[in-house]
Write a new protein. Structure first.
Length: 164
């Protein structure tokens, strides 16, 4: 898979995340919830990138550019767990992209860690694991919400804000 197509898929996913974020902010404003801290929106955007390939190995950008994440061992659609693991490496930022740019097969560090690869979409690989994908998304969002709540409750009490 060539670097340019993978990069454009990532850009499309970023634009989609921003659009969804703006829509959510607008909905929250209409409902009257305007006092959310900026870090909640950052958590949402990061979450969007973590889950983006969990449904049939395809994100919005991958659907548009006809790409799919597969398991290198089986050749089948990568499981939601593998997609989540590979997307954790987006947190490395440019290091991960540079690795993909200079690697002969265009695989990122996340692809190596999860043993996945991005290939052209193959309709024969359709195998959506809805329950597994949704349970992962709900579980991780619950964890992020718990950490955010604990941070907002206990950081002032412990003086953690003064450290920042």
């Amino acid at each position: 898979m060539e670097f340019i197509k993978r990069y454009f898929a990532m850009v499309i996913d970023f634009i989609a995340a921003v659009i969804v974020l703006i829509i959510l902010m607008f909905i929250f404003a209409i409902v009257g919830i305007t006092d959310m801290e900026p870090n909640y929106w950052i958590w949402f955007a990061e979450g969007f990138f973590l889950y983006k390939d969990c449904f049939n190995g395809r994100s919005i950008g991958r659907i548009i550019l006809k790409q799919q994440v597969i398991d290198c061992k089986t050749g089948q659609v990568a499981s939601p767990i593998k997609c989540l693991l590979r997307n954790l490496f987006y947190l490395l930022g440019p290091i991960d992209l540079l690795f993909m740019l200079y690697h002969r097969k265009g695989r990122r560090l996340g692809d190596y860690a999860a043993e996945t690869q991005v290939v052209q979409y193959n309709h024969k690989n359709i195998k959506i694991k809805w329950m597994e994908s949704l349970s992962i998304i709900i579980g991780i969002n619950a964890f992020i919400l718990l950490i955010s709540l604990l941070t907002s409750i206990y950081s002032p009490r412990l003086g953690l804000l003064e450290l920042l």
